[in-house]
Write a protein that binds this ligand. Structure first.
Ligand code: SF4
Length: 225
């Protein structure tokens, strides 16, 4: 059992933020090990196939301190599976860093610090993991929006037009764009950006089409970007 002031880490790196409304900015990444899901398109399977190494919260803060003022992202795997994530997020916010947290939608976000920008996945049918969505997170998104504009972003990773229709209907049914920026991200090799763009435009959907910038800059690199 890992103590709460230590985390199992898959990798630490400094790169360009590839997704979210922060895309394009330099960013320090802390990728934690372990995930409870097995998405069909996962490009970070090593984060759960390998055990990861135990690193103290203090050491992680030392690493982040090497990049003063830079955006910081906690990602995975699924970072909220590890109780030490909350301590790390609190300490990062306490250092006045802009902090992003990527989470897969299956874990509760209600207790996360208001100053953390939560990037929450809603898994679509072709991921094979759509049943993992935690409905209470919808309430949490609304509460976060009431406390702080853009406290969350909601991301749909889309493999097909079937996924697109699922995402569109979810956004409209829950009036999601009133509470958070909504990101639609095409899976490389499954649906083209042009096909997804055409669908978004045809429906006049106020969502942000995003391409994974890091995969365009470093198409051959699978880690550390
Ligand atoms: S939630 Fe993320 S890390 Fe986990 S299997 Fe899905 S894509 Fe991979």
């Amino acid at each position: 059992m890992v103590r709460e002031d230590r985390l199992l880490v898959s990798e630490l790196f400094y790169s360009i933020q590839g997704e979210s409304t922060f895309a394009g900015l330099p960013c320090v990444f802390i990728r934690l090990a372990g995930c409870n899901l097995r998405c069909s398109y996962c490009d970070a399977a090593y984060s759960y196939e390998e055990t990861g190494r135990e690193v103290s919260v203090d050491s992680l803060l030392d690493f982040v301190d090497g990049y003063p003022g830079t955006l910081v992202e906690l990602t995975g795997g699924e970072p909220l599976l590890q109780p030490g994530s909350l301590l790390l997020l609190d300490r990062l916010v306490g250092r006045h860093r802009t902090v992003l947290l990527e989470t897969n939608g299956s874990q509760p976000i209600a207790d996360l610090p208001a100053d953390v920008r939560v990037i929450l996945d809603v898994k679509c049918p072709d991921s094979g993991m759509a049943a993992s969505w935690l409905p209470d997170n919808l309430t949490a998104i609304r509460r976060r929006a009431a406390r702080r504009p853009n406290g969350s972003e909601v991301k749909f990773v889309i493999s097909s037009l079937r996924d697109y229709r699922f995402a569109r209907d979810f956004v409209l049914e829950h009036d999601l764009t009133a509470h958070a920026p909504v990101l639609f991200s095409p899976v490389r090799g499954r649906i083209s950006p042009a096909e997804l763009a055409a669908a978004v435009l045809a429906d006049r959907l106020p969502v942000r089409l995003q391409l994974q910038l890091h995969t365009l800059i470093w198409p051959e690199q699978t880690r550390g970007v």
